[in-house]
Ligand binder design. Structure first.
Ligand code: ZN
Length: 181
């Protein structure tokens, strides 16, 4: 199939190339969306393991927490704690926390779960129906400072319905504030 020898063949060649470009663009869009979903899922999963370790969740890094069944309180899920993780039982024990221990990324982190997070079973964590499959799915609170300035800060808090059946994260509720929630 050499170079076109007529205007008709030239047109066919042009149409074929344009159709190929459209197909590739669609595929790239699909891949980009897939990449974003995976990235957000990875952030969420990591946050669920790590966010309780941060003294000021959301200040330096996106924080993700499961919620109580009434969706009002941040909780830590027992099943997702590494074996042997220290759990501070009460305020008194918590006050004895030694702040001189090693820091990570230049900031302090908690070596055990602070007493103020209820530790619950994953089955008891708050759920909302996924709008895609209609099944109750776990809800994760996303909390982060999105803007930091002397004039004012912006904090974002939103509830995400995380459905691994649909491989989809749906924003359920969103709120913005100029101070910590
Ligand atoms: Zn779903």
């Amino acid at each position: 199939m050499g170079f076109p020898v007529s205007i008709e063949e030239l047109r066919v060649g042009l149409d074929t190339r344009r159709a190929a470009i459209r197909g590739i663009d669609e595929e790239l869009k699909r891949l980009k969306e897939q990449r974003e979903t995976n990235e957000l899922m990875a952030d969420v999963l990591e946050g669920l393991m790590e966010s309780w370790k941060h003294p000021d969740p959301g200040k330096y890094k996106d924080a993700y927490f499961f919620l109580s069944s009434d969706l009002k309180k941040r909780v830590v899920v027992r099943q997702f704690l590494a074996p042997g993780t220290k759990i501070y039982q009460n305020a008194e024990e918590w006050r004895s926390y030694d702040w001189s221990r090693p820091s990570r990324h230049g900031s302090f982190y908690f070596d055990g779960v602070p007493f103020y997070y209820p530790i619950i079973d994953v089955n008891d964590a708050g759920k909302i129906e996924c709008p895609t499959c209609g099944q109750p799915q776990l809800v994760v609170e996303h909390y982060v400072q999105t803007y930091d300035s002397p004039e004012g800060d912006v904090w974002l808090k939103r509830q995400l319905i995380v459905c691994l059946d649909c491989d989809k994260i749906t924003i359920h509720e969103k709120a913005v504030s100029d101070s910590r929630f």
